[in-house]
Design a protein. Sequence first.
Length: 442
Amino acid sequence: MKDSGRYWLETYGCQMNSAESDALEIQLAARGWLPSGRPEDADLIILNTCSVRQTAENRIWGRLGYFQSLKEENKLKIAVMGCMAERLKDQIRERVPSVDIIVGTFGKNLIPDILNSNEEKIDLFGKDEFSFQRVYGRKGVFRSSMPIMHGCNNYCSYCIVPYVRGREVSRDPEEIVGELIDLDNRGVLEVTLLGQNVNSYQHRKGEDIITFPQLLKEITLKVSNIQWIRFLSSHPKDFPKELISIIAENEKLCNHIHLAVQHGSDKILAEMNRKYTREWFINLVDEIRQEIPAISLTTDLLIGFPGETEEDFELTIDLIEKVRFSDAFTYYYNPREGTKAFNMGDTIPREIKLKRLSRLIEVQRRISIEEKRKRIGNREKVLIEAVSKKNRNELLARTEGNSMVVFHGKAERIGSFTTVDLKDLRGSTFIGMEVSLCHGNS
Ligand code: SF4
């Protein structure tokens, strides 16, 4: 196999996949591989796949079909990795015989090593403990993400993740801190710690157990350039008081928690195997808000689960009205073969799912806007990320609570912190005005 050239990498699904793709790109670059700009010019095509939703899988099948036709014209290699590779390896070999390399959810970092193998077809599966090594991203030099744990033990009845990513494995804290110090030395300002169930992080070394709050504490003591630390995604059941207090006390831990509630009906939450009730969740939110009044809470909401009645759905609307999340990722249920819920059938007709989803989106959008409007007039710290696509004279920045702000400014400011006054809203983006230091406003 060719061991350098041009590659095209497509990434689907979660932030974990994005971080792993970033890490793979760093490894490829170190071996002389360059991005091709478009798939038609590539010597190597890599798909980092997702299996969480059927729509993602359908899209990937379509792309594989296209890349197979490209391969008939050009001499290129196709590698498929990630959750769909793990789940549907045999189907991929059968439906797209021209795929050269299939790698499961472990061992993605080994792809550069196997590119110069003489074997025609390579399948790489299994539990490679070392697949975490140096897996951190590079969203520009000032933002980065780092997986700190892998897999999930929760078995939510609708979710394929525990089957494709395996059980939870938490990385060695010394390795995590070492890599973060490295990022810190390289001038990174913001880091997102990643895990399917990040707050259940727990590393055992002999008699010692390091928990997630302890890890966060340790990290904040060791980094100096990194001013913002985020983490994704949190399961509500693993949110002890100690974790709330550490976020409240430590300036480096962002006042933003993505706390996936999924539903507002106790009946559906139990069927989903989420291990909490709506009342328990509302109490948790109250506790968090009492300790951290400025917290921004975002969530995931899944509607159309088998057996969901209008009443169950209304309880979800009621929950979001009560909790008032800053934002929500909303989606409707699709059965995934191999999960427990698959056997419950897909009882809610698609039109009803779509109708409920659009109402949910509408209500959440209104709440998001109302909550944002309350912040107009605030002065907030932001990290400048990019030039606005709509207006080249405007910069796009992110607040600690994960809201986007545009304001007038020059591109050389990208990758620095500043302070802005929030003046207005354009859609869901704030319009800000940078606080001018020379006028003594800071
Ligand atoms: S917590 Fe539930 S939804 Fe999240 S990855 Fe684990 S099984 Fe899936």
